[in-house]
Design a protein. Structure first.
Length: 198
């Protein structure tokens, strides 16, 4: 049995790149996985690859814009309907936004905040009631080294990823204060060779 045997996970931004790799690794370790992405065909295709490798019914692909609260509720509901619960949330969906504080326009700034920060907030908020029913449970938030170390030309990206770092700490303390066996950790990778980087 794998380390994730019996666990049910939802991974956002899972149509390609890091999200698809995370979903595959979870399935390899025994989890059933909901792969969500704004690009629904990609999520379905990535889920089909997992089912081909690990057996039918191991994964599902769902359309999901992480900036939309209603779509969070729908994606989580679809995961529960398919698998019976949720024990792991991976907030992976994100975008890279380049530009200094003077170069960025407000719309671009807000888009980075919406996808990177609001998406993680909404995921934590709406997943916690389900995770409480499946303890021990876990949330993994994908931040970045850029959330710890600033660059002159990544103002929005730096701030949105730093927000995830602090959100993670707040969620972890909230869970601990309530006595729940729910971990919340942030991961801060450097450059990874994925389609988003290119």
């Amino acid at each position: 049995m794998g380390r994730m045997e019996g666990k049910i996970a939802l991974v956002t931004g899972a149509a390609q790149g890091l999200g698809a790799a995370i979903a595959e690794a979870l399935a390899e370790e025994g989890a059933r996985v909901a792969l969500t992405d704004r690009y629904r065909p990609g999520a379905i295709e990535a889920a089909a690859r997992i089912n081909q490798r690990h057996g039918p019914g191991r994964a599902i692909g769902l359309a999901h814009d992480v900036t939309e609260e209603a779509q969070w509720i729908a994606a989580l509901g679809a995961t529960v309907a398919a698998f019976g619960g949720l024990s792991v949330l991976v907030n992976n969906a994100g975008i890279i936004t380049m530009g200094s504080v003077e170069d960025l326009d407000l719309a671009t700034w807000r888009q980075a905040m919406a996808v990177n920060s609001d998406g993680a907030f909404l995921g934590c908020k709406h997943a916690l009631p389900l995770l409480r029913e499946s303890q021990p449970a876990a949330i993994v938030n994908l931040s970045s080294v850029a959330g710890l170390i600033a660059s002159h030309n990544m103002a929005a990206y730096n701030v949105s990823k730093a927000a995830i770092w602090m959100l993670t700490k707040s969620v972890a303390l909230h869970c601990a204060r309530n006595g729940w066996d729910i971990r919340c950790n942030s991961v801060h990778p450097s450059f990874i060779d994925t389609p988003m980087l290119h």
